[in-house]
Design a binder for this molecule. Structure first.
Ligand SMILES: [Zn+2]
Length: 196
């Protein structure tokens, strides 16, 4: 986990949003390989093991869902330049290498990636039952299967993306959330968080 991502993390427990305090045990090249993150609000402790932040039970990506290429995912996300963070959830995280090539200089946060995806430079790997990320802190969120059709994950994505920026999902297009639908075709949808 990229050490600077710590500034954008939150406790996943049900209380008002709280930051987490990092106690690193091993840091290599700005990547936390081992350590703990504590919540000053509720006392929860999360572990980083082998570079992966473990913040809860993760849904398993379905391997048989076709995911578009990373170029397409990057185009859907609509990022205009380097900097900041883009989140790839579930099966979409399996496309990290192509996405990274398409959006150089954007740090990729891989949440519940398919088996075999490990952290490399420019990425962080998280496992969690909801997004352990601060509200309004990410430049884009791509929800692969099975999360793109899950209202709880869509709501989480809408929460963490910056106003005016995009959430992309695989599954039924969302309704009744704080997102404006831009496109819906071939099992994928693209939406924008309303500007304030
Ligand atoms: Zn907490």
């Amino acid at each position: 986990m990229f050490i600077e991502l710590t500034d954008h993390l939150r406790c996943v427990a049900e209380h008002d949003e709280s930051f987490l305090v990092l106690l690193p045990d091993e840091v290599v090249d700005r990547s936390v390989r081992r350590g703990t993150l504590g919540c000053p609000s509720c006392g929860a402790v999360y572990h980083v093991r082998d570079g992966v932040l473990e913040a809860g039970d993760a849904p398993v990506p379905s391997a048989d869902e076709a995911v578009p290429g990373g170029d397409a995912l990057a185009a859907f996300a609509g990022l205009g330049g380097p900097g900041g963070y883009m989140v790839l959830v579930g099966s979409a995280a399996g496309r990290w290498a192509e996405v990274q090539a398409a959006v150089p200089g954007v740090h990729l946060v891989l949440v519940n990636p398919p088996a075999g995806v490990a952290e490399v430079r420019g990425t962080s790997v998280l496992r969690a039952a909801r997004l352990p990320l601060r509200s309004g802190s990410m430049r884009a969120v791509v929800l692969g299967a099975p999360c793109g059709g899950d209202p709880a994950w869509v709501a989480e994505a809408a929460r963490v993306v910056l106003p005016g920026l995009r959430v992309v999902g695989q599954g039924a297009a969302p309704t009744g959330v704080a997102l404006d639908l831009l496109a819906d075709a071939e099992g994928w949808w693209v939406a924008q968080r309303a500007r304030r």
